[in-house]
Structures are given as structure tokens and as C-alpha cells.
Design a binder for this molecule. Structure first.
Ligand SMILES: [Zn+2]
Length: 599
């Protein structure tokens, strides 16, 4: 009896429910991974095959199960005096819980798992395999977690083609997976992803893709990382159709491609001379990535200078339809396909303060955010903040804002007071507040958000600081966020709610901001964030640009592609400017189908 709960806790695999998984073994078989490993593996692996059948057969694990049996018996032998009071019962149950936890922590499989994790941390496959070998000898049952660490390390080592053991690692990885099948251990997302990486190391993107399909067929949801081996494998092989199939599968599974995937798809499309696909990828980059890395910019540049790019597009197009596309899309693009003809001129350019291209003279547009979008963003923010913060306190703040707002600007006090200084500077904060008041249309003070620990006690007690803070209190321009709160929610909500400027050098990339998604937050940030620099010549505020820093497609069919910049605000952003002479334009009904639904 005492063994039962422990046995039940071991992951069980029901082959009738998950049949497709094991057809993977067939895939491996087809790929010549079904040979007897004792023939090809180094001697250290040969002993593993003789131990295969040991998985999860309690008779084969006397040391492990006898330990557990003793532990279970000892815990069940704790006698509770029925006459004892409830507190002693609670104490007994607490000590029992602790003992169980301790015995679980010290169990051989947990010790093995912790050691394996260390190998994973230090990328040490050899030691992991030695541990695995010892575990087999000691009869420690292997779980999915153990296998996943081993497979992960094998996939890393197999991908390292400079290492002489990459082939061994590849073989070992597949052998381990086969062993999982023998042991009826159901693979999970991490298992499949490591296997797909092994397939990629074998230069077999078809197999990597089959694994993702099998994964979905087994009810395991693929992640973005699961697709990488197949997608990048096809792209590397210049197999555009293969890559598009992976892309379509991702879309079907609701997995959103990011810059590396879109960039690879763009490159393979350019190489395969598929102009429509290049166009599609540029628009997908525009919609989801906005600003590209130097590497992606180079791929885009290579496309525009290619002979193929000079051959795509039409000389006559329906101007009305292009304008309609621009208006439906919200500005900055039309989605009607390549316009114009002939060779492109591609140069790196900078924009002036008004957004006029230094190379072609075209003015970039400012893409407004629909006020309704901002309102729904504010309510999303409020509900998220109420989940993450103390609800009552945050609602109190919302009420306070209703009474004292709106403001023309909100200041992230903690960030501004610490820019370029190790100790919090009220003087710097006050300087920013004064500058903002001067440029404010209503000459109103901005709202300063500070954590209460900065407002009460410590340096805040300095007479001059106290005077300053009092003046802000009296003007209703200071809010001290409560104990234990994360003030990020407060300043962000205030700025979104007031539809005003937000002064902070925080890049707003951490976990909290990731919760806000990519649909509106990056656009909102671009339009509202004011950054500051402190130099010998003083403090400077950097207002949001009057144009949108996003890939733009003009009504004439030229393109401007912004690259990401580092944290140095003084370094101007580089844009790729791709234009070509457009000789004729007409109102002839469009020859192009609308590639993107803009409605
Ligand atoms: Zn230009």
C-alpha cells in the first residue's frame, strides 16, 4: 500500500491516447537511426542498451523503491493521539509535510536531476552522460525532466560542428528518445524541440518539420522555438516552399513569427526570386517588428539592389485604390503591391527633425493612434494593474487622477531622479518638472509619480526638498505610490489615461510591459515617451518625433526602413531609403490584387 502513491506519481504514458508520438520512432527509423547502437556507439554507450528494459519496473529498482517504501512506512507510522489538541495535530501534519518534502528533495532522482541541471547550466554533455550512466547502474528511474536535459545537451553538442563529438551527440540524442519510447515516457514540448534541433543538426528540416506536426498531432502546442529548426533549416537549404509550409503551420497554430523568422523568410524569398513573398514579408516586418536590426536591413538592401527587384512592379496603377489602401491601413502603407518599374536606388539616410528623408526628400508620415484604441488600452492597463497591484489602492489612484487630472505630462520620478547619477537627485527632478511646465500649453505642472519611500523620510526631509515636495503636493502634482507597489503601473496608466507625454528613460521592455502586447504599446510609446540626457551643457529633453519610426511604404511605392538604435540618444537613426523613378501614373483600375485586407 505504501508504494502506491509513489508509483502513481510517476508520469504514465498511455499509448492509445498518444499513438502518433511513437510513429516518430519510425521517422528515426527511416532516417537510419534504427540501427543497433552497440555497433556504432562508443563503448561507454554500449552498456546502456543492456539496461534499457529497466525503466519503471519496480522489481528492477530495489534500492530506490525500498528507500521510498521505508519513507512511506515511517511517515504513515506517525501516531496521533486522539485526545491531543488541534494545534498538536497541525504541528504533526506540518512536520510530516516537511519530512516528506525533505525526503522528496533528497530522493536519488531529485539529486540526479539537480546534478543534471548543473551540467545543463555549464553545457557539459560528457558529465551528464556519466551521471546518466551511473543512474542507470543505480537503478534510478528516469523521468521526462531527466531525458529533456540530456536531449537538450545532445542537441547543443550536435549543433556544434566544430566539435569532433557532434556526430556521437546526434546519435546519442536519437537513442535517448528511442529509449523514452521503450519506457513509455510521453515527450513534451521541450522534448520535441530538442529533437527538432537534432534533426536540424542532421541537416534534415523535413524531419524537424515532421516533429512539429507530430507534436501538434499529439496534443502538444508548439512554441515559436519549436519551429526554428525546420524553418531555418529550409531557409538555409534555399527551399522557399518548404519554409512557407512551416510558416503556414505556424499561422495555423497561432504562433507569431518574430524578426529572425520573418527575416529568414524574406531572405529565402529574395533568393527564390519571389517578389510577392518579399513584399508580404516586408509588410509583416512593418506590422510586427516596425524597426529592423542591421542584419535584416542588409537582407532588405540586398533585395532592392537585386536584378529581380528591378523587374517587379507596375508602371500604371489605380491611384484611388492606393489612396484607399493608405486610408484603410491607418497611414504609412497601402498594401497594393510593388509600384513603379526599373532599378531601385538604395541608400542609407537620416531623417531631419520633421521626418524629411535626407536622400529622397520624401516626408515620412505620422501614424496616429485611434482615440478609441487608446481608451481600450487604458482600460486594459487598469485591469492588469488591478490584478498585479493592490486593487483598492490602484482604484484610489484612478479616482485621484479623475480629480486632479488631466496633465500635459507625467514624470517617472524614480527614473528621472537617477539618470546619470548614483544618488537620487531632487534637483534634477525639479529641473525636468520646470522645463515641462514651461513648454506645457496650459503652463500646468506635470504629474510626478514617486514611491512613498522617496517622498517621506531620508533625503526628502531636507528643508529645501520638503519645500519643493510641499509645493507639488499643494498643486496636486505629486502622487506617492503605496508601500509594496510597483510605481511603473501608476505612471504608465496616468500617461495613457491623460493621453499626454511621459518622461522616462526606461526602455519599457521588462516583464510588466511585455504583458501589454505588441499591438498598440510600441506605437503609443513612440508617440508619448520623452527621454532625457544629462551632459555638461545641461539637461535636454528629447521629444517624440513628429513622424512614425516604422517601415513606411509611400503612395509612390518607395520604401523607408528604420533600423534599431542603441541607447545613445545622440546617435541619429539610420534608415534604408529605396526609391525608383516612377514615370507614369494613371487611374486605370488596378492590375494588382490587394494582398492585404485593410478593412
Ligand atoms: Zn528617402
Amino acid at each position: 500500500m505504501s508504494k502506491l502513491p509513489i508509483l502513481m506519481s510517476i508520469p504514465r504514458f498511455n499509448p492509445t491516447h498518444n499513438r502518433p508520438i511513437f510513429s516518430l520512432l519510425q521517422i528515426c527509423n527511416n532516417c537510419n537511426y534504427n540501427h543497433t547502437y552497440s555497433h556504432v556507439l562508443p563503448p561507454r554507450f554500449n552498456q546502456f542498451s543492456s539496461l534499457k528494459k529497466t525503466n519503471f519496473n519496480s522489481n528492477d529498482f530495489p534500492p530506490f523503491f525500498s528507500t521510498l517504501a521505508v519513507s512511506a512506512t515511517s511517515s504513515s507510522s506517525i501516531q496521533t493521539d486522539p485526545s491531543s489538541n488541534s494545534s498538536s495535530v497541525a504541528q504533526t501534519s506540518e512536520s510530516r509535510r516537511r519530512r516528506t518534502k525533505k525526503s522528496r528533495y533528497e530522493s536519488p532522482e531529485n539529486i540526479f536531476k539537480r546534478k543534471l541541471d548543473m551540467c545543463s547550466k555549464h553545457n557539459n554533455l560528457q558529465e551528464a552522460l556519466q551521471l546518466y550512466n551511473s543512474a542507470k547502474i543505480d537503478g534510478i528511474p528516469l523521468s521526462i525532466q531527466h531525458y529533456n536535459v540530456l536531449l537538450y545537451l545532445c542537441s547543443l553538442s550536435a549543433a556544434d560542428t566544430s566539435s569532433s563529438s557532434c556526430f556521437d551527440s546526434l546519435e546519442k540524442g536519437f537513442a535517448l528518445f528511442k529509449e523514452m519510447g521503450v519506457g513509455n515516457i510521453a515527450p513534451n514540448e521541450a522534448t520535441f524541440t530538442s529533437l527538432a534541433r537534432l534533426a536540424a543538426a542532421k541537416k534534415d528540416p523535413e524531419m524537424a518539420f515532421d516533429l512539429v506536426k507530430q507534436m501538434k498531432g499529439s496534443g502538444v502546442s508548439p512554441k515559436l522555438r519549436s519551429y526554428g529548426p525546420a524553418l531555418f533549416g529550409f531557409c538555409e537549404n534555399r527551399d522557399a516552399d518548404g519554409a512557407y509550409k512551416v510558416d503556414a503551420h505556424m499561422v495555423e497554430c497561432g504562433v507569431v513569427a518574430e524578426e529572425p523568422e520573418l527575416s529568414a523568410l524574406l531572405k529565402v524569398s529574395a533568393v527564390a526570386k519571389k517578389g510577392d513573398k518579399v513584399y508580404e514579408m516586408l509588410h509583416r516586418l512593418r506590422a510586427s517588428v516596425r524597426q529592423v536590426s542591421e542584419e535584416t536591413a542588409r537582407i532588405v538592401e540586398d533585395w532592392f539592389i537585386s536584378e529581380m527587384a528591378g523587374g517587379v512592379g507596375v508602371e500604371d496603377w489605380d491611384v484611388v485604390r492606393v489612396k484607399e489602401g493608405v486610408s484603410k491601413g491607418g497611414g504609412g502603407w497601402h498594401g497594393q503591391g510593388w509600384l513603379g518599374s526599373g532599378k531601385w536606388s538604395v541608400v542609407k539616410a537620416e531623417m531631419d527633425k520633421k521626418g524629411v528623408c535626407g536622400s529622397c526628400g520624401e516626408k515620412l508620415v505620422c501614424i496616429d493612434i485611434d482615440p478609441k484604441e487608446t481608451e481600450s488600452f487604458a482600460s486594459k492597463l487598469s485591469s492588469l494593474a488591478c490584478q498585479k497591484e493592490k486593487r483598492a489602492k490602484f482604484l484610489q489612484f484612478e479616482e485621484w487622477l479623475q480629480t486632479h487630472g488631466p496633465f500635459d505630462a507625467v514624470v517617472d520620478g524614480a527614473n528621472v531622479g537617477l539618470i546619470n547619477t548614483h544618488t537620487f537627485s531632487f534637483r534634477q527632478l525639479s529641473n525636468v518638472v520646470n522645463q515641462l511646465q514651461r513648454i506645457s500649453p496650459s503652463k500646468k505642472l506635470p504629474l510626478v509619480i514617486l514611491h512613498r519611500s522617496r517622498v517621506f523620510g531620508g533625503p526628502a526631509e531636507n528643508p529645501n526638498t520638503k519645500k519643493l515636495l510641499d509645493s507639488w503636493w499643494k498643486a496636486g502634482a505629486l502622487y506617492a505610490t503605496p508601500q509594496g507597489s510597483n510605481d511603473d503601473w501608476y505612471w504608465l496608466y496616468a500617461a495613457v489615461n491623460c493621453k499626454c507625454l511621459l518622461v522616462t528613460n526606461d526602455e519599457m521592455r521588462d516583464h510588466l510591459f511585455q504583458l501589454l502586447g505588441n499591438s498598440i504599446f510600441p506605437r503609443w510609446k513612440e508617440k508619448h515617451q520623452v527621454k532625457m540626457t544629462v551632459s555638461k551643457s545641461g539637461l535636454a529633453l528629447h521629444m517624440p518625433p513628429p513622424y512614425s519610426i516604422v517601415i513606411q511604404e509611400s503612395e509612390r511605392g518607395c520604401w523607408h526602413i528604420p533600423t534599431v538604435t542603441g541607447d545613445d540618444l545622440e546617435t541619429p537613426r539610420q534608415w534604408l531609403c529605396a526609391t525608383r523613378a516612377t514615370r507614369t501614373r494613371s487611374k486605370v483600375p488596378g492590375k494588382l490584387s490587394n494582398i492585404f485586407a485593410t478593412g
